[in-house]
Ligand binder design. Structure first.
Ligand code: FPP
Ligand code: MG
Length: 321
C-alpha cells in the first residue's frame, strides 16, 4: 500500500464521510453539469487536498466537524479548476479517462466548474469562520491570476524561471496552502502554527507541480493518466523546457515551430529536453521543496498527524523516483 492509501486507511471514517459528501455534492444541481462533475470525481484522484485539511486539523486534537466540510471544499475547488482548466488547455485525457469537456462539451464543463465552485463557497460560509472564507477568496484570486499569467505565455515566449515559479505558486501551491492553513485554523491552531502549515502547503504544492512538469517529458502515461508532451503541445513553457532553452538557445526556433502547430518539431524539442539532463535538475529541485515542506512542519506539534503530513509530502515527490 502506498503512503497515501495508508493515510486514507488511518483517517478511516473522516475520509469516508468526505468521499460520500463529494459524491453527493457533485450530483447536486442540474444535469448534465452534474454528470460531467461526477465523471471527473469518479475518474479517481488521490484526494490529497482533503487529506491535508483533515491532517492539519488533527495536529491540534480531534478534528472538529468543520474540518470535514473544508476537506470537501478543498476537493470541490480542485475539481472546479480542473473542469475549467481542461477547457482552457483543450485537455484530452485526465486521470486516464476522456476529459468531461470531450464528453459533454466546453460549455457544460465551464458550468460544472461554476456549480462546484458555488457549492464550495456556500459550504465554507456556512461551516467556517469569516477569516477562512476571506482566505479562500484570496486563494481563488491567486488561482485565477496564475492561470492568466500562464495564458500570457501563449502569445509571448518568456522563458523566465521567476515567471514560472510565480505561476506554480499561484495556480497550484495556493490551494495546497489554503488546505493546510484552513484545516489548522478551524481546529483552533495558534496563528504561527497555521502559518507554518500554510508554508508546508506552498512547498508541497511547488514540489507537486515540478514533479508533474518533469513527468510531462519523462513520465509513463499509464501511470500519470495524462498523455506525454501535453504541456509542450499546448505551448506551455515549464521548467524543464525553460532550462533546456537556457542551455541551448537555438532550441527556441523549434519551440516556436511547435507553438505554430508543427508536431514534428515537438519530438525534436522533447529529445533535446530529455537529453540535456534538465529533468534531473528539476527532480532535484522538487526534492529540495519537499525538504522545505518537512522543515515547515517542525513548527507544528509533533505527533501522528504531523508524521502523516510528512508522508504525503514524500509520497507526492516519490512519483519521480
Ligand atoms: C492544472 O494545471 C490547473 C490548475 C492547477 C489551476 C487551474 C485554475 C483555473 C482554471 C483558474 C481558477 C478556476 C476556478 C474555478 C476558481 P495544468 O494545466 O498545468 O495541469 P494538467 O496537466 O493537469 O492540466
Ligand atoms: Mg491543463
Amino acid at each position: 500500500m502506498d503512503r497515501i492509501a495508508e493515510v486514507r486507511a488511518l483517517l478511516g471514517e473522516d475520509i469516508e464521510a468526505v468521499d460520500r459528501e463529494l459524491a453527493r455534492m457533485t450530483r447536486e444541481g442540474a444535469a448534465p453539469a452534474t454528470d460531467s462533475a461526477t465523471h471527473l470525481l469518479e475518474a479517481g484522484g488521490k484526494r490529497v487536498r482533503p487529506l491535508t485539511v483533515l491532517l492539519a486539523a488533527a495536529c491540534f486534537g480531534a478534528p472538529p466537524a468543520g474540518a470535514r466540510d473544508l476537506a470537501v471544499v478543498a476537493e470541490l475547488i480542485h475539481l472546479a479548476t480542473l473542469l475549467h482548466d481542461d477547457v482552457i488547455d483543450d485537455g484530452q485525457e485526465r486521470r486516464g479517462r476522456p476529459t468531461p469537456r470531450r464528453l459533454w462539451g466546453n460549455a457544460v464543463s465551464v458550468l460544472a466548474g461554476d456549480l462546484l465552485l458555488t457549492h464550495a463557497l456556500e459550504r465554507t460560509s456556512a461551516a467556517a469562520p469569516a477569516p477562512v472564507l476571506a482566505d479562500l477568496f484570496a486563494t481563488l484570486r491567486l488561482l485565477v491570476d496564475g492561470e492568466v499569467v500562464q495564458l500570457r505565455g501563449r502569445t509571448q515566449l518568456d522563458p523566465s524561471e521567476d515567471v514560472y515559479f510565480r505561476i506554480v505558486r499561484d495556480k497550484t501551491a495556493s490551494l495546497f496552502a489554503w488546505s493546510a492553513r484552513s484545516g489548522a485554523t478551524v481546529a483552533g491552531a495558534p496563528p504561527e502554527a497555521a502559518r507554518a502549515l500554510g508554508d508546508f502547503g506552498v512547498h508541497v504544492g511547488v514540489a507537486f507541480q515540478l514533479v508533474d512538469d518533469v513527468l510531462d517529458y519523462a513520465g509513463d502515461p499509464r501511470e500519470t493518466g495524462k498523455a506525454v508532451l501535453g504541456d509542450l503541445l499546448e505551448g506551455k513553457l515549464t521548467l524543464p523546457l525553460i532550462r533546456a532553452l537556457a542551455a541551448k538557445p537555438a532550441l527556441a526556433a523549434d519551440v516556436e515551430a511547435v507553438r505554430a502547430g508543427d508536431r514534428r518539431a515537438a519530438s525534436r524539442v522533447a529529445d533535446a529536453v530529455r537529453g540535456s539532463g534538465v529533468c534531473d535538475s528539476v527532480r532535484s529541485l522538487a526534492r529540495d521543496e519537499t525538504a522545505r515542506a518537512l522543515g515547515a512542519l517542525e513548527a507544528v506539534p509533533a505527533g501522528r498527524a504531523r508524521d502523516l503530513l510528512g508522508a504525503i509530502a514524500r509520497e507526492l515527490a516519490s512519483r519521480i523516483d
